[in-house]
Design a binder for this molecule. Sequence first.
Ligand code: 4EH
Length: 227
Amino acid sequence: MIAILGAMQEEITPILEMVGEYKTTEYANNKFYEANYKGKDLVIAYSKIGKVNSALTATVMIEKFGARALIFTGVAGALKRGIKIGEILYATSLVQHDLDITAFGHPYGFVPGSKISVQTDAKLNSIAQSVAEQLGITLKSGIIASGDQFVSGEERKSWIERTFDASAVEMEGASVAQVCDALGVPFCILRAISDEAGHKAEFDFDEFMVKSAQTSANFVLKMIERL
Ligand code: 4EH
């Protein structure tokens, strides 16, 4: 069983359209869709926005539905200049930019007993690379920073980029990473850029999120064929 997780409905609608038939199960205030795509058993869901929702949904996909690998599909805000709206990137590792106990001398993003950053699965990332080659597109990669805020300002944007050397920002990846890491499930996080997280990012987001969500979903289903 392979899990495909998004945060917003728009991020998984293209997946559900492409897999055709599916069985819906309601659990933990959410819906889980089981399907078979080209011989692969899938469980598909959108978690709703934020780190807590995405951690819960990833846990259910693994513990209740038996997911043995997890792929996140969705959109993100770009932090680094070279990464443009519509482009896809995968996370090399993930951090929580809003986790702050620096008052006690700890670095940003750190809590005692867990890691600052969690690395994604090298095998899944290399499958992503080969899909990109097959499709003839450039796949970028970098650190993704997650936090429970929509970043839409130059100051916060550049602080996150600087503090974590992050390439993109979103609101779910780091919590999914922690769950998968703790439960020993290989995972990867794919995101197509919907905005640049700066002044008035919400306007670009509204304009490009559906298209970028589709780009990421298409890419992820190509990856499924290779698993
Ligand atoms: O799931 C949330 C969505 C925005 S909140 C995180 N997603 C989109 C990624 C993302 C993002 N995250 C933080 C894209 N651009 C981002 C940014 N900062 N600049 C939302 C949006 N619309 C309706 C409801 N919630």
